[in-house]
Ligand binder design. Structure first.
Ligand code: C2E
Ligand code: CA
Ligand code: CA
Ligand code: CA
Length: 279
Protein backbone atom coordinates (compact mmCIF):
# COMPACT_ATOMS: atom_id res chain seq x y z
CA UNK A 1 0.00 0.00 0.00
CA UNK A 2 2.81 2.37 0.98
CA UNK A 3 4.76 1.88 -2.21
CA UNK A 4 1.58 2.32 -4.24
CA UNK A 5 1.04 5.61 -2.47
CA UNK A 6 4.56 6.68 -3.25
CA UNK A 7 4.13 5.71 -6.90
CA UNK A 8 0.89 7.63 -6.97
CA UNK A 9 2.63 10.68 -5.59
CA UNK A 10 5.56 10.24 -7.96
CA UNK A 11 3.15 10.17 -10.88
CA UNK A 12 1.38 13.21 -9.55
CA UNK A 13 4.58 15.16 -9.12
CA UNK A 14 5.76 14.12 -12.61
CA UNK A 15 2.56 15.56 -14.04
CA UNK A 16 2.98 18.77 -12.09
CA UNK A 17 6.57 18.99 -13.26
CA UNK A 18 5.58 18.42 -16.88
CA UNK A 19 2.98 21.13 -16.56
CA UNK A 20 5.49 23.50 -15.04
CA UNK A 21 7.96 22.79 -17.82
CA UNK A 22 5.23 23.28 -20.42
CA UNK A 23 4.29 26.62 -18.84
CA UNK A 24 7.90 27.74 -18.73
CA UNK A 25 8.22 26.94 -22.44
CA UNK A 26 5.00 28.79 -23.26
CA UNK A 27 6.16 31.72 -21.15
CA UNK A 28 9.39 31.87 -23.09
CA UNK A 29 7.44 31.75 -26.35
CA UNK A 30 5.08 34.47 -25.17
CA UNK A 31 8.01 36.72 -24.32
CA UNK A 32 9.52 36.11 -27.73
CA UNK A 33 6.13 36.83 -29.29
CA UNK A 34 6.23 40.24 -27.63
CA UNK A 35 9.67 41.00 -29.11
CA UNK A 36 8.57 39.72 -32.52
CA UNK A 37 5.26 41.57 -32.57
CA UNK A 38 3.05 38.49 -32.84
CA UNK A 39 0.17 39.85 -30.76
CA UNK A 40 -2.74 41.65 -32.39
CA UNK A 41 -5.85 43.34 -31.10
CA UNK A 42 -9.27 42.60 -32.52
CA UNK A 43 -12.22 44.87 -31.76
CA UNK A 44 -15.80 44.03 -30.88
CA UNK A 45 -18.56 46.68 -31.11
CA UNK A 46 -20.53 47.76 -28.08
CA UNK A 47 -24.01 48.98 -29.04
CA UNK A 48 -26.03 51.79 -27.52
CA UNK A 49 -29.52 50.29 -27.22
CA UNK A 50 -31.35 53.63 -27.37
CA UNK A 51 -30.24 54.42 -30.90
CA UNK A 52 -28.73 51.14 -32.18
CA UNK A 53 -25.44 52.98 -32.74
CA UNK A 54 -21.92 51.81 -31.99
CA UNK A 55 -20.92 53.32 -28.64
CA UNK A 56 -17.37 52.01 -28.75
CA UNK A 57 -15.28 48.88 -29.16
CA UNK A 58 -13.65 46.41 -26.80
CA UNK A 59 -10.05 45.48 -27.61
CA UNK A 60 -9.46 41.72 -27.40
CA UNK A 61 -5.95 40.30 -27.74
CA UNK A 62 -4.99 37.42 -30.04
CA UNK A 63 -1.66 35.73 -30.66
CA UNK A 64 -0.77 35.22 -34.32
CA UNK A 65 1.49 32.24 -33.79
CA UNK A 66 3.84 31.59 -36.75
CA UNK A 67 3.13 27.80 -36.68
CA UNK A 68 -0.06 27.36 -34.72
CA UNK A 69 -2.15 30.14 -36.24
CA UNK A 70 -4.45 32.41 -34.28
CA UNK A 71 -4.47 31.63 -30.54
CA UNK A 72 -7.29 32.99 -28.37
CA UNK A 73 -6.56 34.82 -25.09
CA UNK A 74 -8.15 32.09 -22.94
CA UNK A 75 -5.22 29.88 -23.91
CA UNK A 76 -2.35 32.21 -22.96
CA UNK A 77 -3.51 35.12 -20.78
CA UNK A 78 -4.08 32.89 -17.71
CA UNK A 79 -0.51 31.56 -18.06
CA UNK A 80 0.88 35.07 -18.55
CA UNK A 81 -1.00 36.12 -15.41
CA UNK A 82 1.04 33.68 -13.34
CA UNK A 83 4.16 35.77 -13.89
CA UNK A 84 5.24 39.35 -14.48
CA UNK A 85 4.83 38.71 -18.19
CA UNK A 86 1.23 39.91 -17.97
CA UNK A 87 2.53 43.35 -16.99
CA UNK A 88 4.55 43.55 -20.21
CA UNK A 89 1.72 42.17 -22.36
CA UNK A 90 -0.63 44.63 -20.66
CA UNK A 91 1.72 47.51 -21.43
CA UNK A 92 1.78 46.45 -25.06
CA UNK A 93 -2.03 46.29 -25.12
CA UNK A 94 -2.44 49.84 -23.81
CA UNK A 95 0.22 51.17 -26.17
CA UNK A 96 -1.44 49.42 -29.11
CA UNK A 97 -4.96 50.65 -28.20
CA UNK A 98 -3.84 54.26 -28.07
CA UNK A 99 -1.81 53.93 -31.25
CA UNK A 100 -4.78 52.35 -33.03
CA UNK A 101 -7.13 55.08 -31.83
CA UNK A 102 -4.81 57.67 -33.32
CA UNK A 103 -4.46 55.73 -36.59
CA UNK A 104 -8.25 55.55 -36.98
CA UNK A 105 -8.51 59.29 -36.40
CA UNK A 106 -5.80 59.97 -38.97
CA UNK A 107 -7.05 57.60 -41.67
CA UNK A 108 -10.84 57.79 -41.27
CA UNK A 109 -11.64 60.68 -38.94
CA UNK A 110 -13.39 58.20 -36.64
CA UNK A 111 -13.01 58.94 -32.92
CA UNK A 112 -13.90 55.54 -31.51
CA UNK A 113 -13.95 54.97 -27.74
CA UNK A 114 -11.96 51.85 -26.78
CA UNK A 115 -12.34 49.56 -23.77
CA UNK A 116 -9.33 47.56 -22.67
CA UNK A 117 -9.16 44.53 -20.34
CA UNK A 118 -6.79 44.91 -17.42
CA UNK A 119 -5.36 42.03 -15.34
CA UNK A 120 -4.84 42.44 -11.58
CA UNK A 121 -1.04 42.48 -11.63
CA UNK A 122 -1.12 45.11 -14.33
CA UNK A 123 -3.68 47.27 -12.53
CA UNK A 124 -1.77 47.02 -9.25
CA UNK A 125 1.60 47.81 -10.84
CA UNK A 126 3.01 51.13 -9.64
CA UNK A 127 3.35 52.73 -13.09
CA UNK A 128 0.03 51.61 -14.47
CA UNK A 129 -1.59 55.06 -14.48
CA UNK A 130 1.58 56.83 -15.56
CA UNK A 131 1.91 54.54 -18.57
CA UNK A 132 -1.68 55.17 -19.62
CA UNK A 133 -1.21 58.93 -19.37
CA UNK A 134 1.98 58.74 -21.44
CA UNK A 135 0.29 56.75 -24.21
CA UNK A 136 -2.82 58.96 -24.27
CA UNK A 137 -0.64 62.03 -24.59
CA UNK A 138 1.64 60.53 -27.22
CA UNK A 139 -1.36 59.70 -29.41
CA UNK A 140 -3.52 62.75 -28.61
CA UNK A 141 -6.25 60.41 -27.41
CA UNK A 142 -8.84 62.12 -25.19
CA UNK A 143 -8.89 60.29 -21.81
CA UNK A 144 -12.69 59.98 -21.88
CA UNK A 145 -12.33 57.77 -24.97
CA UNK A 146 -10.41 55.17 -22.99
CA UNK A 147 -12.32 52.77 -20.77
CA UNK A 148 -10.62 50.36 -18.36
CA UNK A 149 -12.29 46.99 -17.70
CA UNK A 150 -11.50 45.39 -14.35
CA UNK A 151 -13.09 42.45 -12.57
CA UNK A 152 -14.96 42.43 -9.29
CA UNK A 153 -12.48 39.90 -7.85
CA UNK A 154 -9.61 42.32 -8.41
CA UNK A 155 -11.61 45.13 -6.80
CA UNK A 156 -12.68 43.15 -3.74
CA UNK A 157 -9.31 41.56 -3.09
CA UNK A 158 -7.56 44.94 -3.17
CA UNK A 159 -10.23 47.32 -1.93
CA UNK A 160 -8.15 50.31 -0.83
CA UNK A 161 -5.70 50.35 -3.73
CA UNK A 162 -8.54 49.85 -6.18
CA UNK A 163 -10.54 52.72 -4.72
CA UNK A 164 -7.54 55.03 -4.89
CA UNK A 165 -6.57 54.06 -8.43
CA UNK A 166 -10.13 54.34 -9.70
CA UNK A 167 -10.43 57.81 -8.20
CA UNK A 168 -7.25 58.90 -9.82
CA UNK A 169 -8.09 57.41 -13.24
CA UNK A 170 -11.46 59.14 -13.07
CA UNK A 171 -9.84 62.45 -12.18
CA UNK A 172 -8.00 62.22 -15.49
CA UNK A 173 -11.28 61.48 -17.30
CA UNK A 174 -10.69 57.77 -17.95
CA UNK A 175 -13.81 55.64 -17.41
CA UNK A 176 -14.02 52.34 -15.50
CA UNK A 177 -16.13 49.27 -16.24
CA UNK A 178 -16.66 46.26 -14.04
CA UNK A 179 -16.40 43.20 -16.29
CA UNK A 180 -18.10 39.79 -16.01
CA UNK A 181 -20.36 41.15 -13.31
CA UNK A 182 -22.24 38.50 -11.35
CA UNK A 183 -19.59 35.79 -11.64
CA UNK A 184 -17.41 36.84 -8.69
CA UNK A 185 -18.36 37.03 -5.06
CA UNK A 186 -19.26 40.70 -4.93
CA UNK A 187 -22.63 41.39 -3.47
CA UNK A 188 -24.53 44.29 -4.93
CA UNK A 189 -23.91 46.22 -1.72
CA UNK A 190 -20.15 46.33 -2.40
CA UNK A 191 -20.72 48.28 -5.56
CA UNK A 192 -21.16 51.64 -3.88
CA UNK A 193 -17.57 51.38 -2.58
CA UNK A 194 -16.16 52.01 -6.03
CA UNK A 195 -16.87 54.88 -8.42
CA UNK A 196 -17.44 52.61 -11.37
CA UNK A 197 -19.00 54.07 -14.52
CA UNK A 198 -20.30 50.88 -16.05
CA UNK A 199 -21.37 47.34 -15.12
CA UNK A 200 -21.00 44.63 -17.70
CA UNK A 201 -23.36 41.78 -16.87
CA UNK A 202 -21.74 38.44 -17.60
CA UNK A 203 -23.11 36.51 -20.54
CA UNK A 204 -24.18 33.51 -18.45
CA UNK A 205 -26.99 35.66 -17.00
CA UNK A 206 -27.95 37.16 -20.34
CA UNK A 207 -28.04 33.80 -22.08
CA UNK A 208 -29.82 32.18 -19.15
CA UNK A 209 -32.59 34.80 -18.98
CA UNK A 210 -34.61 33.34 -21.79
CA UNK A 211 -34.95 29.93 -20.10
CA UNK A 212 -34.53 30.68 -16.42
CA UNK A 213 -36.69 33.36 -14.83
CA UNK A 214 -34.32 33.63 -11.83
CA UNK A 215 -31.67 34.96 -14.21
CA UNK A 216 -34.10 37.59 -15.43
CA UNK A 217 -34.76 38.61 -11.82
CA UNK A 218 -31.01 38.91 -11.19
CA UNK A 219 -30.52 41.07 -14.26
CA UNK A 220 -33.45 43.25 -13.20
CA UNK A 221 -31.99 43.83 -9.74
CA UNK A 222 -28.51 44.53 -11.10
CA UNK A 223 -30.02 47.17 -13.39
CA UNK A 224 -32.00 48.82 -10.61
CA UNK A 225 -28.97 49.02 -8.29
CA UNK A 226 -26.87 50.36 -11.17
CA UNK A 227 -29.52 53.07 -11.78
CA UNK A 228 -29.27 54.12 -8.15
CA UNK A 229 -25.51 54.36 -8.37
CA UNK A 230 -25.61 56.18 -11.69
CA UNK A 231 -23.90 53.42 -13.62
CA UNK A 232 -24.38 52.42 -17.23
CA UNK A 233 -25.33 48.76 -17.73
CA UNK A 234 -23.98 46.66 -20.58
CA UNK A 235 -25.36 43.20 -21.38
CA UNK A 236 -22.61 40.84 -22.58
CA UNK A 237 -22.98 37.91 -24.95
CA UNK A 238 -26.21 38.87 -26.73
CA UNK A 239 -26.53 36.34 -29.55
CA UNK A 240 -30.24 36.25 -30.44
CA UNK A 241 -33.07 38.70 -31.02
CA UNK A 242 -34.94 37.12 -28.14
CA UNK A 243 -32.04 37.88 -25.79
CA UNK A 244 -31.96 41.41 -27.18
CA UNK A 245 -35.66 41.87 -26.37
CA UNK A 246 -35.04 40.62 -22.83
CA UNK A 247 -32.16 43.00 -22.13
CA UNK A 248 -34.12 45.90 -23.60
CA UNK A 249 -37.06 45.03 -21.35
CA UNK A 250 -34.73 45.02 -18.37
CA UNK A 251 -33.64 48.52 -19.35
CA UNK A 252 -29.98 47.72 -20.10
CA UNK A 253 -28.25 50.70 -21.76
CA UNK A 254 -25.80 48.85 -23.97
CA UNK A 255 -25.25 45.40 -25.41
CA UNK A 256 -22.40 43.43 -26.86
CA UNK A 257 -22.44 40.05 -28.55
CA UNK A 258 -22.36 38.04 -31.76
CA UNK A 259 -25.80 39.41 -32.73
CA UNK A 260 -24.10 42.76 -33.39
CA UNK A 261 -20.74 41.35 -34.39
CA UNK A 262 -17.74 39.38 -33.12
CA UNK A 263 -14.30 40.94 -32.65
CA UNK A 264 -12.68 41.87 -35.98
CA UNK A 265 -9.19 43.03 -37.04
CA UNK A 266 -8.47 46.77 -36.83
CA UNK A 267 -8.44 47.33 -40.58
CA UNK A 268 -12.00 46.01 -40.95
CA UNK A 269 -13.37 48.23 -38.21
CA UNK A 270 -13.87 51.36 -40.29
CA UNK A 271 -15.65 49.41 -43.08
CA UNK A 272 -18.00 47.67 -40.66
CA UNK A 273 -18.63 50.29 -38.01
CA UNK A 274 -18.01 53.78 -39.37
CA UNK A 275 -21.54 54.23 -40.74
CA UNK A 276 -23.06 52.93 -37.50
CA UNK A 277 -21.07 55.29 -35.30
CA UNK A 278 -22.95 57.89 -33.34
CA UNK A 279 -21.01 60.93 -32.19
P1 C2E B 1 -14.08 39.18 -21.75
O1 C2E B 1 -13.39 40.44 -21.38
O2 C2E B 1 -15.29 38.81 -20.98
O3 C2E B 1 -14.40 39.31 -23.30
C1 C2E B 1 -15.55 38.78 -23.92
C2 C2E B 1 -15.26 37.44 -24.57
O4 C2E B 1 -16.49 36.87 -25.03
C3 C2E B 1 -14.38 37.58 -25.81
O5 C2E B 1 -13.66 36.34 -25.93
C4 C2E B 1 -15.41 37.70 -26.92
O6 C2E B 1 -14.92 37.34 -28.19
C5 C2E B 1 -16.47 36.73 -26.44
N1 C2E B 1 -17.80 37.06 -26.93
C6 C2E B 1 -18.27 38.26 -27.35
N2 C2E B 1 -19.56 38.19 -27.71
C7 C2E B 1 -19.95 36.91 -27.50
C8 C2E B 1 -21.19 36.19 -27.68
O7 C2E B 1 -22.21 36.74 -28.11
N3 C2E B 1 -21.20 34.88 -27.34
C9 C2E B 1 -20.08 34.24 -26.85
N4 C2E B 1 -20.19 32.94 -26.56
N5 C2E B 1 -18.91 34.89 -26.67
C10 C2E B 1 -18.84 36.20 -26.99
P2 C2E B 1 -12.07 36.33 -26.17
O8 C2E B 1 -11.69 37.38 -27.16
O9 C2E B 1 -11.68 34.92 -26.42
O10 C2E B 1 -11.49 36.81 -24.77
C11 C2E B 1 -11.61 36.00 -23.63
C12 C2E B 1 -11.12 36.72 -22.40
O11 C2E B 1 -9.71 36.97 -22.45
C13 C2E B 1 -11.75 38.09 -22.21
O12 C2E B 1 -13.04 37.94 -21.67
C14 C2E B 1 -10.76 38.74 -21.27
O13 C2E B 1 -10.99 38.34 -19.94
C15 C2E B 1 -9.44 38.15 -21.72
N6 C2E B 1 -8.74 39.12 -22.57
C16 C2E B 1 -8.92 39.40 -23.87
N7 C2E B 1 -8.08 40.37 -24.30
C17 C2E B 1 -7.34 40.72 -23.22
C18 C2E B 1 -6.28 41.68 -22.99
O14 C2E B 1 -5.87 42.45 -23.87
N8 C2E B 1 -5.76 41.73 -21.72
C19 C2E B 1 -6.21 40.93 -20.72
N9 C2E B 1 -5.64 41.05 -19.52
N10 C2E B 1 -7.19 40.03 -20.89
C20 C2E B 1 -7.75 39.93 -22.12
CA1 CA C 1 -13.95 42.49 -21.05
CA1 CA D 1 -11.60 62.55 -7.14
CA1 CA E 1 -16.79 40.07 -19.91
Amino acid sequence: VKSNGRNGFQEFSDTVEKENIANILIEEEMRKALDEDQYVLHFQPKMDLRNQAVAGVEALIRWEHPDRGLIMPGEFIPIAEQSELIVDIGRWTIRECCRQYQEWVRTTGMELPISVNISSKQFLHHDFIEQILTELERNSMPPHHLDIEITETLAIENKEVTQTKIESLKDYGITISMDDFGTGYTSLSYLSMFSIDRLKIDRTFIQGMVHDSSHAVIVDSIVSVARHLDMVVTAEGVETNQQLEFVKNCDCDEAQGYLFGAAIPADHVADHLLDRLYQ
